[in-house]
Write a protein that binds this ligand. Structure first.
Ligand SMILES: Cc1cc2nc3c(=O)[nH]c(=O)nc-3n(C[C@H](O)[C@H](O)[C@H](O)COP(=O)(O)O)c2cc1C
Length: 207
């Protein structure tokens, strides 16, 4: 409730988060390296507050708003499951939960059917990263959404993964450990159009 009330006054925030305002809304202020990532990476990005009840969104970039059709003030303070609907795969939700619930799991990539505000269905390849601080606690979850429906060219997913990779490299203090673990694992760069096609097939087999 507190989050939703505060979210009303959030509308003045444009692309760059206002540190002071965010400080009132969030349990943990957004570190500069995250702000830099959001300002410099031209793909869909979302940030959720891991310490707040039900892990609400605390920051989304313009690409996220244009992909989903929601304004920023409609998103901040709400859980990202608002993008889900009748065809969203229960198994994908479980896979997302596995990274949220397991402190040892730093990242996951999940294919899930989502809906824009207009009700239009789209296929989302979601990357989630746990941002662990120097004390080993999780402050945030970072999400990056790739709209498979809109990807016209075969290299789309790879380009997205490359941009995400470059963005993760910008996350240093205080999440150096997360960045190191993500960059060391080959997962991020191994995503390809073929992987996404396999995920789509697995998802359609459930229906
Ligand atoms: C940073 C972040 C971004 C997320 N982005 C999406 C998304 O784009 N689409 C989606 O369906 N779920 C997304 N989720 C997952 C949901 O918010 C939620 O965690 C998921 O549905 C599992 O929890 P539930 O079973 O309680 O719904 C995201 C979660 C986080 C933390």
């Amino acid at each position: 409730m507190f989050y939703l009330q505060q979210a009303v006054s959030f509308s003045s925030i444009a692309t760059t988060p206002d540190r002071h305002l965010l400080g009132k809304i969030m349990r943990t202020p957004i570190p500069t390296s995250i702000e830099q990532m959001f300002a410099n990476v031209n793909i869909c990005l979302s940030l959720a507050d891991a310490r707040a009840e039900d892990i609400p969104l605390c920051y989304v970039n313009d690409k996220f708003c244009s992909m989903t059709g929601y304004d920023r003030e409609e998103l901040i303070g709400r859980n990202c499951r608002l993008l889900q609907g009748p065809d969203s795969e229960p198994i994908s939700r479980q896979e997302i939960r596995s990274v949220l619930d397991n402190p040892k799991q730093v990242e996951n990539q999940v294919f899930i059917t989502n809906y824009r505000k207009s009700g239009e269905r789209f296929e989302n390849y979601l990357y989630i990263f746990r941002l662990i601080n120097r004390d080993g606690e999780t402050d945030f979850f970072l999400g990056s959404q790739f709209d498979v429906t809109k990807a016209k060219q075969a290299q789309g997913p790879d380009k997205h993964a490359r941009q995400l990779w470059n963005g993760i490299k910008m996350i240093d203090n205080p999440y150096m450990e997360t960045a190191r673990m993500v960059l060391q694992s080959a997962n991020l760069m191994s995503v390809s159009a073929a992987n996404i096609a396999r995920a789509r097939l697995a998802a359609s087999a459930q229906h």
